[in-house]
Design a protein around this ligand. Sequence first.
Ligand SMILES: [Zn+2]
Length: 369
Amino acid sequence: MQLKFVSSIVLHNYQPKDKYMPKAQFVDFKAVKSAITMEQVLEHYGILDKFKRGTDSFSGPCPIHKGSNPTQFRVSISKNIWNCFSECKHGGNVLDFIARMDDVSIHAAALKAIEWFNLDPEAMSASGDKDEGGETDDKAPAAEAPKPAARKPAIPLAPTAVAEKGAPNAPLKFRLDKLVREHPYLLEQRGLSLETIIDFGLGFCSKGMMADRIAIPIHNVKGEVVAYAGRFPGDPGEDTPKYKLPQGFRKSQELYNIDRAIKEQGPLVIVEGFFDAIKLHQNGWRKVVAIMGSTLSAAQEELIREHTGPASQIIVMLDENEAGQAGREDIASRLSKHCFVRVHTFGKPDMEPEHLTAEELHQILGGGI
Ligand SMILES: [Zn+2]
C-alpha cells in the first residue's frame, strides 16, 4: 500500500528552525488567508447552519452587527470574502471577519486563526522581505495591517527544544459531524464492519475541506483528535491525491492509533497505513500503530520509546514493496537499540497487512515475537 501525501498540503521533513529562519518573524497574512475558508470560519463560530448555500455563496443574517435580514450578509466562496450590505456596509476577507467578530486587530485575528485551525506557525510566518499581508486585492479594509516599516516580531518562536523536535499538533477545536458511516468504500472495498467504522470514527464527509472524502480522525497519545485525514473513496486517478491532510498538520509527530495501542498487551505491531491498522484491529490484533508512510520519524521513534521498555516486543510489518522493504530495515535497526524487534516479511510481492485474514494474522502473531 502506498500512502502518497502531496507535499503542497503536507509539511513533513521538519527541519530545525534555526537552519534557515530569519531573525525577524511576521505573520504572513496571505498564507493564513489562503489556508482557511469563510466556510470553516463560519463553522468555527457555530453559525454555518444559519446560512443558505448558493452556487458560489453563503447568504444569511449578518453575524457581525447581529442583524436578522437573511439577505444582508453574503459570502463569495470562490473569492473567500464577505460583505454586509446592511448596517456594517463593509466587507473583507477571512481575517477581517474574525477581527470584526472578535473585535481584535488583523494581526490578532491571524494568530487566532493559526490556533483555531491548527495551521503551522512556521509556514504562516514570513520573513521581512516577503509580503506581509494587508494587501487590498479584495478591497478588504486593511484595518491594522502592519506597514513594512513596523518590523516587530509577530509569532513568538517556539523554544529551541521544541523547535528541534517539531512543535506538537494542537488538538482540534471542532469535530466533523454528519459523517456517513455506512459507505460502500468502507464496507465493501475495505471490508470493514460497521462496528469498526464507528469505533474508528470513519465516515464519508460531504462538506468542508474533506468534502467527498472518507474522513479518518487522527488522535494523539492522549486520545485527542489532532487532524482528519481524507481518503479519496476509490481510485482518484493521477491528478488527485489519495490522501489529503490539513495544511499545517505534521504527520511525522503522530502515530496513528497510539492512544489505543498503548492500552493493549503483547507485541506492538507497526504498519504503514491507516487501513492496515484498522484491519488488524478488526481482525483481533489491537496493539498496532501506523506510521502513515514507510519511514519512521524521530518523533515517532521517541513516542514508541516512551511507551515501550527493554523487555517490550515490536513486530515491524510494512508493505512488501520497495519502500516498505527499505523502511523496515531502517526501523528495525533503530528500534532494536531499545527493545526486541522482529521484521515480518511476506512471501508475496505487494502484500500488505490489510490483506491478511484473521486466521493468517493469528498464525503470524499468535506466538508473539
Ligand atoms: Zn453587518
